[in-house]
Design a binder for this molecule. Structure first.
Ligand code: SF4
Length: 107
């Protein structure tokens, strides 16, 4: 019951990620860009994130993009193109509070 209430409020405290100071968070990198992705012919769109340094690749070579609401999960051990935009801990913590909880459509 308590868990249902947590999920109803959009806060899943059991799976909420903890900030790992040993990781690089792409969301805090200047190369992590928010881009629209058309949802239909009516002008609605989803939000995606891409790495404009070209580091996110599909297995077969194309560019990989991720759903915006998952952006704080993009953490890696190292990246030679990482350019921090500020204090990662504070930024990621604040971003987690404001991110949508699912893939939403915008107009
Ligand atoms: S340059 Fe590296 S750290 Fe920055 S967004 Fe791309 S993969 Fe992430």
């Amino acid at each position: 019951m308590e868990r249902d209430l947590e999920l109803e409020n959009g806060i899943d405290t059991e799976t909420e990620a903890v900030f790992d100071a040993g990781k690089i968070y792409c969301a805090n990198c200047i190369h992590c860009k928010l881009v629209p992705s058309p949802a239909n012919s009516g002008g609605q769109f989803y939000l995606r994130v891409r790495c404009d340094a070209g580091k996110w690749k599909k297995k077969l070579g194309g560019e990989k993009q991720y759903k915006y609401f998952t952006v704080t999960r993009r953490s890696i051990d190292c990246c030679d193109s990482y350019e921090a935009m500020g204090d990662a801990s504070e930024f990621i913590t604040d971003l987690r509070k404001t991110l949508p909880i699912r893939d939403e459509i915008y107009e």
